[in-house]
Design a protein around this ligand. Structure first.
Ligand SMILES: [Zn+2]
Length: 586
C-alpha cells in the first residue's frame, strides 16, 4: 500500500516532474512537505555536515521514516541511526504548518496548522548534549527551517523549539515530573528503557486533548518483557528480510549465523553470507515483513546486521570490548537479555516451602504484615521464628477496614503499607493504628511534599527502593524467608490454589537490572516490572515490618542524610527497633 505522502513523488519512470507539469523546484517543494525522505534530503545535514541520504545505505530506514502509525516502537542496537531518523520525522511534522496538508495526509480535522511534540530522552543532560551538538548541525544549513525556528536564538533554545505554529519540547525524564505539563499531539520516548517509568506513565494524560494521540517509543532493549521489548511483543513485529540474489533464499541476517569467510590473496575476510549457499548478501535490498500483519501497533526490530555499514568484524570486536554477555546482547545486538539470576523464581519459592508448622494466633504474637495498596489491597502476613520470617498467609481485600480487621485477627505487631496512591484513607489508618502501621515511601519516586508531611506526622518511613527489594530477594535466596504450609500440597493459610499461584507468579514479575548511562558510564541498579507485581511489593513491605520489629538492619534501607539515618525527624514512642543514635522512624 502506498502512503498518501508519496502522491507527489514519481511513481514510475514516466512520471517525472516534466510529465506532471511542474518545474523541479516546485516538484521538490511539494514533495518535501509531503514526504519525510524528500524533506530530509532537501533540508537536513548529518553529523559531519553532509547531506542526509536514505536511498542506499540507510534504505532500511525509509519505511520507518514514512510510517506515521499512531503507535510505533523500535527495538534497536547502538549506532543504527534511529535517533536521527526519529528527529527527522518530528522536524518533518513540525515544518508542515498547513492545516490542509494535515487533513490530506493524516485526515486530521483541525484549524491548527501545527503540532505539539514532546520528545523525551533519559536525562536533562542528554537533552542538553543533543541540542547543543546534533540538533544544531541537522537543521543549520536549511534556510527554510532556520527561518521557521526564528534564527539563531530559536536554534539555541534548549528545551523548546518553535517551528511556526508547531512546537517540539525536549525533556529529560528523571526527577522532572513537574516539568512535563504541556499538552501534546505526539510523544516520542527515546531510550525508554533508561527513562524513569513512572514519568513515562504519567505522560499518557498529555495526549488527552489531541486529535492525533500519537505515541512512539524506541530504545536499546535491556531485559526480556520490560520497556521496549514488552512494547515490541504487542506490536505487529516487523523484521527485515533479505532475499539472496544467488539462490533466492529469504532470510534474516543473524549474528553469528550469517558470518562467512573468504580468502582474498591469502587473507581471511569475514562477510555476511547466505545461510543456504554461503555467497555474499546484498544488505541494501531487503523488505520489512510483519509477523502479525493485522496488528495496528507497528514495531520494528533493527539489529546491527541489517546496517550495510556494519561488518562482521565490527561486531566480533564489540563482543570482546563489552565486558559482559548482557551488554553485548543489549547494545551490540539490540536483544533483550537476562541471566535470570535476579528473579525470585517459582523454583526458588517452592524450595522455600515447609509443612506441618501450625500457627496459633493467640500464642504467636510476633506477627508482621505488608500491604501493597491500590484498588485492591494485596497483603502478606508472616511471623518471626528465630531469625526467620515465615510467610503464613497472602491474599487480597478491597476495603481498608478489612486490613484493620486482619491486623486484629492475626495479632499483627507491625504492618508496613505503601502510602500511595490512596493517601487519605491510608493516612487515616496510620493514625488509627499509630505506632503499629507505618506508611512507606520510595525515595526515588514519591512526591517530596508527601514525604515531608509524613515526617511531621511521624507515621512514615522512607525507603530506598532498590535496596529494599534487594534485601527481600536476598532473604528468599538465603532461606531467611520461607513459606509455611499446614498440610503437604496446601500452602496453609495461603488457602486457595489460585491465590498461591498468583503469589508465586507475581513474586517473579520483577527483575533486577543494572543500567548504565551510555554517556557518563554511571551505573545504577533498578528493579523493573515485567508484569503485575503487587505481591512482590507486599512481601517486601512485610519484610520491612519484620526487620523493623527485629530492631535489625532496617536502617540500612532508610535514606541517610549526612550519614545519620533520618535524624532529627522526631520520635514515635512505644515502637521497637529504634537503635540508639539512630531514629529509623520519622
Ligand atoms: Zn543464497
Amino acid at each position: 500500500m502506498r502512503s498518501p505522502i508519496l502522491r507527489y513523488l514519481p511513481q514510475s519512470p514516466e512520471e517525472t516532474y516534466e510529465n506532471l507539469h511542474l518545474d523541479e523546484d516546485e516538484f521538490l517543494r511539494r514533495a518535501a512537505i509531503r514526504d519525510p525522505v524528500v524533506f530530509a534530503e532537501k533540508n537536513l545535514r548529518n553529523e559531519s555536515g553532509g547531506a542526509i541520504e536514505f536511498r542506499e545505505e540507510h534504505g532500511f530506514q525509509i519505511q520507518y521514516l514514512r510510517d506515521f502509525s499512531p503507535k510505533l516502537c523500535v527495538v534497536k542496537s547502538s549506532q543504527v541511526g534511529i535517533t536521527v531518523a526519529s528527529i527527522t520525522k518530528c522536524l518533518f511534522l513540525a515544518h508542515i504548518n498547513d492545516s490542509r496538508v494535515w487533513k490530506e495526509l493524516f485526515g486530521r480535522e483541525t484549524d491548527s496548522k501545527g503540532i505539539s511534540i514532546i520528545y523525551t530522552m533519559p536525562t536533562a543532560n542528554d537533552v542538553n548534549d543533543f541540542s547543543a551538538a546534533r540538533f544544531k548541525t541537522m537543521i543549520n544549513s536549511s534556510e527554510e527551517l532556520v527561518e521557521l525556528i526564528g534564527g539563531k536564538k530559536g536554534i539555541d533554545a534548549v528545551e523548546r523549539k518553535k517551528f511556526g505554529d508547531s512546537f517540539i519540547y525536549f525533556r529529560g525524564t528523571q526527577k522532572e515530573r513537574q516539568a512535563i505539563s504541556i499538552p501534546a499531539d505526539l510523544i516520542v520516548n527515546d531510550e525508554i528503557d533508561f527513562s524513569d517509568p513512572s514519568i513515562i506513565e504519567v505522560l499518557n494524560s498529555r495526549l488527552s486533548f489531541s486529535k492525533l494521540k500519537w505515541w512512539w517509543k524506541f530504545s536499546t532493549p535491556t531485559i526480556p518483557n520490560y520497556g521496549v521489548d514488552a512494547e515490541f511483543r504487542q506490536s505487529n513485529q516487523y523484521h527485515f528480510f533479505i532475499r539472496c540474489q544467488h539462490c533466492g533464499r529469504r532470510q534474516q541476517v543473524r549474528f553469528p549465523r550469517n558470518i562467512k569467510v573468504k580468502k582474498i590473496r591469502g587473507n581471511r575476510i569475514k562477510f555476511w553470507g547466505c545461510v543456504k549457499c554461503g555467497k555474499e548478501l546484498d544488505r541494501t535490498k531487503g523488505v520489512w515483513e510483519a509477523k502479525y500483519p493485522n496488528r495496528e501497533y507497528h514495531g520494528y526490530r533493527i539489529p546491527p546486521t541489517i546496517c550495510p555499514w556494519i561488518q562482521p568484524q565490527d561486531l566480533l570486536d564489540q563482543k570482546k570490548s563489552y565486558r559482559t554477555e548482557k551488554r553485548f546482547r543489549n547494545y551490540g545486538l539490540g536483544e533483550a537479555f537476562s541471566t535470570g539470576q535476579d528473579v525470585i523464581s517459582r523454583e526458588l519459592l517452592l524450595n522455600r516451602v515447609e509443612t506441618g508448622r501450625i500457627f496459633n494466633p493467640v500464642l504467636d504474637r510476633d506477627v508482621y504484615m505488608g500491604v501493597d495498596q491500590g484498588d485492591t489491597q494485596h497483603y502478606v502476613i508472616a511471623r518471626r521464628e528465630g531469625n526467620r520470617r515465615e510467610v503464613l498467609k497472602v491474599g487480597t481485600v478491597t476495603a481498608f477496614e478489612e486490613i484493620a480487621q486482619l491486623m486484629k485477627n492475626w495479632n499483627v505487631n507491625k504492618c508496613v503499607m505503601d502510602a500511595l496512591p490512596n493517601k487519605v484513607p491510608a493516612t487515616k489508618m496510620a493514625n488509627d493504628h499509630y505506632g503499629s502501621l507505618l506508611l512507606a515511601f520510595y525515595k526515588e519516586f514519591d512526591e517530596q511534599e508527601d514525604v515531608k508531611e509524613s515526617k511531621s506526622n511521624k507515621w512514615g518511613i522512607l525507603l530506598d527502593r532498590t535496596n529494599t527489594l534487594d534485601m527481600t530477594a536476598e532473604s528468599w535466596r538465603n532461606g531467611e524467608s520461607v513459606i509455611v504450609m499446614d498440610h503437604p500440597g496446601m500452602i496453609n493459610a495461603l488457602d486457595d490454589p489460585s491465590t498461591n499461584d498468583l503469589f508465586i507468579q507475581q513474586m517473579g514479575n520483577m527483575t533486577r537490572d543494572e543500567q548504565e548511562n551510555l554517556r557518563t558510564g554511571k551505573k545504577r541498579a533498578v528493579w523493573v516490572s515485567t508484569g503485575p507485581d503487587h505481591y512482590r511489593h507486599a512481601d517486601s513491605y512485610c519484610h520491612m515490618a519484620f526487620l523493623q520489629g527485629q530492631g535489625g538492619n532496617i536502617d540500612d534501607l532508610m535514606i541517610k542524610e549526612n550519614n545519620v539515618v533520618s535524624s532529627g525527624l522526631g520520635e514515635i514512642p512505644d515502637i521497637g527497633g529504634i537503635r540508639s543514635g539512630y531514629r529509623t522512624i520519622f
